[in-house]
Write a protein that binds this ligand. Structure first.
Ligand code: ADP
Ligand code: MG
Length: 338
């Protein structure tokens, strides 16, 4: 063998192997947006984890309903606010989702959520007259938003909250940051909102456990890559009233009461966290029939819907990738296209 040729080739092979070796996993845990966020990112760059933490706290500071520096706080307390690019972009998308879900998602539900005590954990069952009076100011179509000027104005008495979409938007922004910095593999868990970038470093799919809404274990496992997997459920934040009824934090804007329309959890899966976050909340509110009809109409996401009757409805695109836990008491049905 020609030694001159062999050496450089040997070096080249070594270099290539180094270049392709999977990056090391960096993990970090943040507490933001009232939840624990776990980030696992395959990267050599320590600074990227710091950039991620900064991005999350910047978004939280803009979107919080309680931080007096936030744009949403300003809009809620003074009736109008100038918005940063991120908040403007999120508000724009969120208003679109309110419309697309026919008002199941309504950003102006905030005063009702607060009256139930879900913002402070001092729970109470509001009176019917209190709810009726608060509901008079719940109507997202009256939010005045200018995408050109990046401003929002609210009618007297209205307050808004982007909590139903904030974590999904945040995971989109984190995935974008990681992708732009050459990361090929990451797993983000923002308080149960999962978002994956690429596959696992070995090329296999991520296996995401979907919470059993009636128990502590998993309903089933989803194999996925490059997707957001976002669940809304009544089990996430709730209290038991003196009347023995369980009340949860997802409110039906039609009634002002926690949505009890037949679903106990709704999971939306797709490439965009913000859309899946909006959908998981909205589908939960719609109940099984309307949620299935919504899926049939749009078909731009995948869904796992769990009913009170222990029926699990999945969209056909998940038939090969979602598996119920063995011995599960649930019954699985694949939604037909029409
Ligand atoms: P979580 O944030 O607990 O993961 P969701 O994404 O489903 O769950 O968002 C629930 C939050 O959205 C509630 O805590 C409340 O602040 C807000 N919310 C409740 N009902 C509605 C609604 N109909 N439209 C918009 N936001 C809502
Ligand atoms: Mg949501």
């Amino acid at each position: 063998m020609n030694r001159k040729l062999f050496l450089p080739l040997g070096l080249l092979l070594t270099l290539c192997a180094c270049g392709q070796a999977p990056a090391e996993a960096k993990t970090s845990q943040l507490f933001a947006m009232d939840t624990v966020m776990d980030l696992t990112v395959y990267t050599e760059a320590d600074s990227l984890m710091e950039d991620a933490a900064r991005l999350v706290s910047r978004l939280e500071r803009s979107l919080s309903t309680t931080d007096s520096h936030s744009e949403i706080y300003k809009a809620n307390t003074t009736g109008s606010a100038a918005l940063t690019d991120s908040t403007s972009q999120l508000l724009d998308r969120a208003l679109g989702f309110c419309e697309k879900t026919d008002g199941a998602l309504d950003l102006s539900i905030y005063p009702v959520v607060r009256d139930w005590g879900f913002t402070t954990d001092s729970y109470q069952i509001p009176s019917q007259s209190e709810l009726s009076s608060l509901l008079q100011n719940v109507d997202y179509t009256r939010i005045i938003y200018s995408s050109d000027q990046k401003t929002v104005s609210l009618p007297q008495g209205m307050e808004i909250d982007l909590g139903s979409v904030a974590k999904g938007y945040t995971s989109d922004r984190l995935i974008q940051l990681f992708r732009e910095n050459g990361v090929a593999s990451a797993l983000l868990n923002l308080g149960g909102n999962v978002h994956t970038l690429g596959t696992k470093p070995d090329g296999s799919l991520w296996r995401i456990g979907i919470q059993d809404p009636l128990g502590d274990s998993y309903l089933g496992v989803l194999s996925t890559a490059d997707q957001a997997v976002i669940t809304s459920g009544g089990y996430e934040r709730f209290f038991e009233g003196e009347d023995g009824t369980v009340y949860w934090h997802i409110i039906d804007p039609k009634t002002g009461y926690p949505a009890k329309n037949g679903l106990i959890s709704a999971t939306a899966i797709g490439s965009e966290g913000v859309y899946c976050d909006a959908l998981s909340t909205a589908l939960f509110i719609m109940g099984p029939e309307k949620a299935i009809a919504f899926w049939r109409e749009h078909q731009d996401f995948e869904a796992i819907l769990v009913s009170e009757e222990k029926e699990v409805f999945i969209s056909p695109g998940l038939a090969g990738s979602f598996q119920l836990t063995e011995g599960s008491p649930y019954h699985l049905t694949v939604i037909g296209h029409d």
